[in-house]
Ligand binder design. Structure first.
Ligand code: FE2
Length: 199
């Protein structure tokens, strides 16, 4: 089985962009397992893609000059698959989310459960926040490595908010509570998770 060229270009561009900024040994191990998994393509979802109203901010988010050739290539590859993505709202949130959260965010699974490539061993996707949105605190068993392509702040556990910057990356350990928030600009970030079959 072969992955279609647009999605394969995205996978190649994403892995190349991560390779330039791997934030530590845990992320390196995780990305290595993700890279190995990606060598076997999964089943392509046939359902049509679709946007949510908040996706009106996509053009602004993708218009940020990323500063590195690898990131420019990633943005171009992402544009190639975006029309096929199904943008959705997160199913639940708590009082940590801002009032405008429901209509102010969208997520799209690219490779993972119900993703464009439907599979269970990895979750690779993207989040978009409109300006001035605080995403709900959340946690999950798989560890996660972010690749951020916009301004915006992130938080892990009870720590301080930090800004990775355009092209920045950081790693979330299993089950750690985390969140993100946008300022004046939309927030746009990829996330890659490896699902431990033994967990
Ligand atoms: Fe997460």
């Amino acid at each position: 089985m072969r992955r279609d060229p647009a999605l394969q270009s995205f996978v190649d561009a994403l892995l190349a962009a991560y390779a330039e900024v791997i934030p530590g040994a845990e992320a390196a191990d995780s990305l290595e397992r993700i890279t190995a998994a990606l060598a076997s393509p999964g089943t392509r979802r046939e359902r049509a893609g679709g946007r949510l109203p908040v996706c009106a901010h996509l053009d602004a988010a993708l218009g940020v000059e990323p500063g590195r050739p690898s990131l420019r290539r990633l943005v171009e590859a992402f544009r190639g698959i975006e029309p096929d993505l199904e943008w959705v709202r997160r199913a639940s949130h708590d009082e940590t989310a801002s009032e405008n959260f429901a209509d102010g965010h969208a997520n799209a699974m690219i490779l993972g459960p119900a993703g464009l490539e439907n599979r269970r061993d990895i979750w690779i996707g993207v989040s978009l926040l409109a300006p001035h949105v605080r995403y709900t605190d959340h946690s999950h068993a798989p560890e996660e490595t972010y690749l951020v392509l916009s301004p915006g702040e992130f938080r892990q556990g009870g720590g301080d908010w930090f800004e990775p910057g355009v092209g920045g990356s950081f790693h979330n350990t299993p089950h750690i509570v985390h969140a993100m928030r946008s300022g004046e600009a939309p927030l746009f970030a990829f996330w890659s998770l490896w699902v431990d079959p033994a967990a």
